[in-house]
Design a binder for this molecule. Structure first.
Ligand code: ADP
Ligand code: MG
Length: 684
């Protein structure tokens, strides 16, 4: 048992938890006793029914009570394979053979000559048999049989059985868990208190009490998420920002200077943004739009407005390639208006920096575009009123905070992403964000013809590529890693280049280039330039080409080992082609043939919308990288996060609470919990 109570103690204070076990528990995110109590089961198994042997049915999961005799251990002819056999005899004289595969230790642990429970699924070999059953003395507190039994998330070296026993020992400490949900809410929603909920979620009395416990625990997470977001939103709305009046002639002039007509979706998004800018409180808006839907122009319009009103704006991109590209685009759009655009990158020579920094500081440069170098540099702005961030989730949490802290007046904040946030999530974890969606492509875009190519189709795909190159088009080949990794069996980009140059396209060898994240910035730029100018026909790259890169002449995207990427990311790759007038193609390769992989990748073939793919990805793979922060701090299941009733309940209660007690003065426990929650969570 536990030497001294106190939930912040490390798990090693529990007897039987060695440092080896501590390490395994850490992999499940469990460091302290509190963490251990909050390690919720993945699911439960109903073994509460105790059935006499005579009534057993094949396939049923049940518990049987009786005495065990004749325990034996056999080694089979296959090496390292053991069978532990025993026989259970129940009260009515029924005989149930038991067998455990490769669990030789069962022989020493199985209690003989006393009443035991065994539990599991009934197999049938001319009569009932139990394979690998759970077992325990019938006299103690049931943990593994004769009840609804918890199944824990597994990690190497930890079994559910071990976890059950330890959790059971810790349960008396559940009373020390802090209750932080206001009593009023608990009683209105008839929810169990926290200690009860935690006890019930591990070892439920009944399915009904389990459900009530789960509902309460999901509610508390959702509630905290909402509370954090809504408080932030309220706080933001208290702050002052520069109001940039909507200027209709300026907006007209901007639109008519464009070489194309804005789509309706772009218009609506721009309108929403300009409305936000006109208010004296800081905007916090996310602009979502599929790759190529034209987000940059919309951002440029906001920057144009800001500059016309005499204020400065900054645009941050996750990579130098993208920053340059944005700078080119924004500059060419704004040149007719005499608005100049500065560019600041990590690779900007020291000599070029002082004049740029001075122009930002004295306010003479209205727009600067750059990478995180901009944040790291001690940049001061005279009149910063708008911050735009492209693909914000690619910036670290600390960087994101720094982006926002750049000026004394709170700048309006616009972030752009091509990775859509499912609507339900937008209302929960991202509830402090207003969202504009560009759900329409500029006219004349043809869908990218997508194919999942089996290994045997490779030669044909190469022939096809040769044809495209002969017709003057260009080709991307994306590979997961830079260097050979035997263990992963991953086709590396550098290897791929060798293969293409030497074996597949020797005639094109000098026109095959390589781009990856470990190249120096100048090298990357040189490669991109050669590709953009058409000198290179084939560009082999790692995921650095994922975002933004705009080469309208490229018509083929070939993705190696596609199973290693999420759908949203694959969709991003695909978005690198189909940006010009040519019919474009995306070939997806994988060595894996399992159904799950194939089905997942087939989704790309049948869906062209990034939004749909993101939903599918979310359902198939969970939160992945985009929601990395989310995944880390929370215990909600995917179903919970998509549960609109749960979301609404939490929203309502949060609204009610904040109206009544905006500073949470009457709720110290909740304040405390919220602070902790924000720390792990660290969302914007
Ligand atoms: P993304 O949303 O991926 O950032 P971009 O802003 O880079 O998309 O736009 C992709 C391409 O489409 C650019 O070359 C841009 O000039 C062009 N574009 C943007 N809006 C339109 C439009 N309404 N009609 C035609 N082309 C457009
Ligand atoms: Mg873009």
């Amino acid at each position: 048992m536990v030497a001294t109570p106190g939930l912040d103690q490390p798990v090693t204070v529990v007897s039987g938890i060695s440092t080896a076990y501590q390490g395994r528990l850490r992999r499940l995110g469990v460091e302290t006793l509190r963490d251990f109590l909050l390690l919720y089961p993945r699911k439960h198994k109903d073994l509460s029914q105790v059935t006499p042997v005579a009534q057993l049915q094949p396939g049923e999961e049940t518990t049987v009570r009786g005495r065990v005799t004749g325990v034996s251990l056999e080694k089979t002819s296959r090496r390292n394979f053991t069978l532990t056999r025993a026989t259970l005899i129940d009260e009515g004289g029924g005989v149930l053979p038991l067998v455990w595969f490769n669990q030789p230790w069962v022989r020493g642990r199985l209690p003989v000559d006393e009443e035991v429970y065994v539990a599991g699924e009934i197999a049938w070999r001319r009569g009932p048999v139990m394979e690998n059953p759970e077992y325990e003395p019938a006299a103690g507190v049931p943990r593994n049989a004769a009840r609804i039994v918890p199944i824990y998330p597994l990690t190497e070296g930890l079994t559910s059985r071990w976890l059950r026993n330890k959790v059971q020992e810790l349960l008396p400490l559940a009373g020390q868990l802090e209750e932080f949900l206001p009593a009023e809410i608990r009683s209105r929603r008839s929810m169990p208190d926290r200690a009860t909920a935690v006890r019930e979620v591990h070892f439920p009395e009944s399915w009904a009490s389990l459900e009530a416990a789960r509902r309460r625990l999901a509610f508390e997470e959702m509630f905290l998420m909402q509370l954090g977001a809504q408080r932030e939103k309220r706080a933001r709305q208290q702050k002052a920002a520069e109001a940039i009046p909507f200027d209709q002639p300026a907006a007209r002039a901007f639109v008519s200077a464009l070489p194309f007509k804005l789509t309706d979706a772009q218009r609506v998004a721009a309108w929403q943004i300009l409305q936000d800018l006109s208010r004296p409180m800081p905007m916090n808006r996310l602009l979502e739009g599929d790759v190529g839907s034209g987000k940059t122009v919309v951002a440029a319009m906001a920057m144009h407005h800001t500059a016309q009103a005499g204020f400065q704006s900054v645009l941050l991109a996750p990579t130098e390639i993208l920053a340059r590209q944005h700078a080119d685009v924004v500059e060419s759009i704004l040149r007719p208006f005499g608005i100049s655009v500065g560019l600041l990158l990590g690779s900007t020579p020291p000599g070029q920096r002082p004049p740029l920094l001075a122009a930002l500081e004295d306010g003479s440069l209205p727009i600067v575009i750059g990478t995180h170098a901009l944040i790291e540099e001690g940049v001061q702005f005279a009149r910063l009123a708008l911050t735009v961030v492209d693909e914000q989730h690619r910036f670290g949490v600390a960087q994101r905070a720094a982006i926002r802290a750049k000026s004394r007046r709170v700048p309006h904040f616009l972030s752009m992403t091509a990775t859509p946030i499912p609507r339900t999530l937008a209302k929960t974890a991202f509830a402090d964000l207003d969202i504009s969606v560009i759900d329409e492509m500029p006219e004349g875009r043809k869908p990218v013809s997508t194919r999942l190519v089996p290994p045997a189709g490779r030669p044909q795909a190469y022939e096809f590529i040769r044809g495209q190159v002969a017709a003057g088009r260009q080709v991307f080949v994306v590979c997961p890693l830079i260097q050979e990794s035997d263990k992963l069996g991953v086709r590396s980009a550098s290897q791929e280049v060798e293969k293409l140059r030497l074996q597949v396209f020797p005639d094109l060898a000098s026109r095959i280039g390589l781009l990856h994240g470990r190249l120096k910035s100048a090298e990357k730029e040189a490669v991109m330039d050669r590709f953009a100018r058409g000198e290179l026909a084939i560009l082999v790259a790692t995921s650095v080409v994922e975002v933004g890169v705009d080469i309208p002449n490229a018509s083929v995207m070939m993705i190696e080992d596609a199973d290693r990427f999420g759908l949203a990311q694959l969709h991003q790759f695909r978005g690198r082609v189909g940006r010009g007038p040519h019919q474009s193609f995306c070939f997806i390769f994988t060595e894996l043939e399992d159904r799950e992989t194939v089905e997942r990748l087939e989704a790309l073939v049948s869906h062209q919308s990034g939004f749909e793919l993101a939903e599918i990805d979310l359902r198939l793979r969970g939160f992945g990288d985009l929601y990395g922060t989310l995944q880390h701090g929370h215990r909600l299941t995917l179903e919970d996060l998509l549960d609109t009733a749960l979301i609404k309940d939490a929203q309502d209660e949060v609204g009610r609470l904040l109206d009544r007690d905006p500073a949470l003065r009457g709720e110290p426990a909740l304040r405390h919990r919220l602070a902790e929650f924000r720390r792990v969570f660290a969302l914007d």
